[in-house]
Design a protein around this ligand. Structure first.
Ligand SMILES: NC(=O)c1ccc[n+]([C@@H]2O[C@H](COP(=O)([O-])OP(=O)(O)OC[C@H]3O[C@@H](n4cnc5c(N)ncnc54)[C@H](O)[C@@H]3O)[C@@H](O)[C@H]2O)c1
Ligand SMILES: [Fe+2]
Length: 382
C-alpha cells in the first residue's frame, strides 16, 4: 500500500515520504551536526500530540529545540521579524518548519531574514527583489502537516504587510528545503473541513499549472498525475480517511507545488483578495472559486480540458463536464457553491475586483483576464 513504507525521492530536493518519516528528524539533524534548531509552527499545531512527540524525541537525542509559534493565520511581516529575533536571541543553527502553508511560509521567510536584514519587502520577487538574496541561508528542513499548499517543496513564501494586508512573495532557489519529511500520519487527524479546503488548493495548483500556456511537458505530466491522485483520494480523505488516501493527498499536494513553477492563474487571483480583505482561508477561497474560474478558462484550452476530463475518468470530455465535476466534488466534501456562504457580500465586489486585477497569479492564465472579467466572475460566484 502506498504510504506505509518510507520511500526516498531526490526530486526536486530530498523527500523522505511515508508513515513515520517525521521520526527521522533527530537523527538527520545530529548527522548534520545541527543541535539548535528553531522549530517554526503555528499556535494550533504547537499543541497537537504529534508535535509534542517530535519535540520530546529531539530532547531525548540531546537536541535543543526552541519553538516559535506566534504567527497569524495569514502570515504578516512582523511574524517573520519576531521569529528572527528568537533565532538570534537563542543562538540557533538551523530552521525546521512544521505545519501547514502558513507556518512553512513563515519558516522560509525567517530562513531568508537571518542573513538578509534590509526591510523584508525589499526582497519582494514582484519588484525584482530576488537579486538581493545573495548571502548564505541557514540549514532548512520542512515537515508538512496539511496536504494543500505544497509549501514544503516551494522556494517562495507569501507574507502580507501588517497594515495593508497586501501579499508579497519572497523568492529564491536558496529557500528550498534541504530535506522534507513528508509523513502522512501527521495528517491523519486533520479536521475534515481543513482536509477539504487544503485538498482543493492542491487541485487548483495542479489544474492551473497544467493550463498555463508554456511548453513544459515535465510539469504537465506531474500536474496531470496530481489531478488523478486527488480524484482518487480527496473525497475519502475528507469523509473516511485512511493512510492511503492521506498519503495520496500529501504527495499530490507536493506535486502541485512542483507543477506550479509554470505559474498559476485566474482562480488564485480570485482567491487571494478574499484572504487579504476577509481573512478567508486560502484553500477555501480557491475551492469556492475553482468551478467558475475553470469555466472561464475553457475557451481556447478545449484540448487541455479533454486531457483533464480523461484523467478524471469522465464520460463526457467537454470542458463543461470538468466544471460539473468540480461542483459535484465540492458538494461531496461540504464546500459551498457560493461566495455569499463564506461571508462575501455584494458591497465587497468592487474592492475584490480591484485587488484581483493587481494580483500576481493571473498574468499566466491562458485566457487574459480583465478587471471586468473579475467583477463578472465574483458576481456569478456570489
Ligand atoms: N508558499 C507557497 O507556495 C504557498 C502556496 C499556496 C499557499 N500558501 C500559503 O499557505 C497558507 C495556507 O496554508 P494551509 O492551507 O496549509 O493552511 P494553514 O497553514 O493555515 O493551516 C490550516 C489550519 O489547519 C491547522 N492544522 C495544520 N496541520 C494540522 C494537523 N495536522 N492537524 C490538525 N490541524 C492542523 C492549522 O493550525 C490551521 O488552523 C496561506 O498563508 C497561503 O498564503 C503558500
Ligand atoms: Fe494555493
Amino acid at each position: 500500500m502506498f504510504g506505509d513504507k518510507i520511500l526516498q525521492y531526490n526530486f526536486p530536493t530530498t523527500v523522505r515520504f511515508g508513515a513515520g518519516s517525521s521520526g527521522e528528524l533527530g537523527d538527520y539533524l545530529a548527522k548534520n551536526r545541527l543541535s539548535h534548531p528553531l522549530i517554526v509552527t503555528d499556535p494550533i499545531v504547537s499543541q497537537l500530540p504529534f508535535f509534542k512527540k517530535i519535540i520530546s524525541e529531539l530532547g531525548r537525542k540531546n537536541i535543543s529545540a526552541e519553538v516559535f509559534s506566534d504567527i497569524h493565520k495569514n502570515p504578516v511581516k512582523s511574524d517573520v521579524y519576531k521569529g528572527t529575533e528568537q533565532y538570534d536571541a537563542t543562538h540557533r543553527d538551523s530552521i525546521v518548519g512544521i505545519g501547514g502553508g502558513a507556518a512553512l511560509d513563515v519558516a522560509r521567510a525567517i530562513v531568508l531574514r537571518v542573513n538578509h536584514r534590509e526591510d523584508l519587502f525589499k526582497y519582494d520577487d514582484l519588484i525584482g527583489g530576488d537579486i538581493y538574496v545573495t548571502n548564505d541561508t541557514p540549514h532548512f528542513v520542512t515537515i508538512p502537516t496539511t496536504a494543500g499548499t505544497g509549501s514544503e517543496v516551494g522556494r517562495s513564501a507569501i507574507i502580507a504587510d501588517d497594515e495593508t494586508h497586501q501579499k508579497k512573495i519572497l523568492f529564491s532557489p536558496k529557500l528550498l528545503a534541504k530535506i522534507i519529511f513528508a509523513d502522512p500520519l501527521l495528517t491523519m487527524e486533520l479536521p475534515s473541513f481543513v482536509t477539504a479546503a487544503t485538498g482543493m488548493d492542491a487541485l487548483t495548483h495542479n489544474m492551473e499549472a497544467y493550463l498555463v500556456n508554456m511548453v513544459h511537458p515535465m510539469c504537465d505530466g506531474i500536474a496531470l498525475e496530481g489531478i488523478s491522485l486527488i480524484h482518487q483520494s480527496l473525497e475519502k480523505a475528507v469523509n473516511k480517511p485512511d493512510l492511503e488516501s492521506r498519503s495520496k493527498m500529501l504527495i499530490a499536494s507536493l506535486m502541485g507545488a512542483v507543477a506550479f513553477q509554470k505559474g498559476l492563474g485566474v482562480v488564485h487571483s480570485l482567491a487571494h483578495p478574499l484572504s487579504s480583505l476577509l481573512d478567508t482561508h486560502h484553500g477555501l477561497a480557491n475551492a469556492v472559486n475553482i468551478p467558475y474560474g475553470m469555466e472561464f478558462n475553457i475557451e481556447g484550452s478545449e484540448h487541455k480540458f479533454k486531457r483533464m476530463a480523461q484523467v478524471l475518468e469522465l464520460k463526457d470530455q467537454e470542458g463543461a463536464a470538468v466544471v460539473k465535476y468540480l461542483f459535484a466534488l465540492n458538494d461531496k466534501i461540504n464546500i459551498p457553491h457560493h461566495l455569499k456562504d463564506i461571508g462575501v457580500k455584494e458591497e465587497h465586489i468592487e474592492t475584490l475586483a480591484s485587488l484581483a486585477i493587481e494580483d500576481f497569479a493571473h498574468p499566466n492564465n491562458p485566457r487574459p483576464v480583465s478587471r471586468e472579467h473579475f467583477r463578472e466572475l465574483y458576481l456569478k460566484a456570489l
